[in-house]
Design a protein around this ligand. Sequence first.
Ligand SMILES: [Zn+2]
Length: 114
Amino acid sequence: MGKIKVVGTRIALTDTRRVRLPPKQADPELLTSEHRQWRKAVCSRAGWRCEWVEGGRRCPVKAPARMFADHIVERRDGGDPLDPLNGQCLCGSHHTRKTAAARARRLGENYSVR
Ligand SMILES: [Zn+2]
C-alpha cells in the first residue's frame, strides 16, 4: 500500500470573536497580605464551614471544599474591606448566589424605571 501524503490544512484558524475581553486579572485589593489575613480570620472564625443559613439550617459545606471569605456589605457598596465583622465564610454555591443577588440589587437601584 502506498503512503498517504499528509498535508497541512489550508484553512487558517480565525478568531471570530467580535469583542476581545481583556485577560482576567485579580483585583489587586484581594492580593494584599492584609486581605489574606482578613480572609483567614473570617473563615477560621467560621471553622472553615459555610455560614449560609436557610430554613433555620446552616449549610454543611466546609473545607476542603473551596471556601470564600465574602464581604457581607460588598466593597463596591461601601463595605469595609478589612473589617472581620463585614466578613462571612461561604461555599462556592452560596457565594455565587449572594454575589449575584447583591449585583441584581445594585443594578436595580441604578436602573430603576421611573
Ligand atoms: Zn453554603
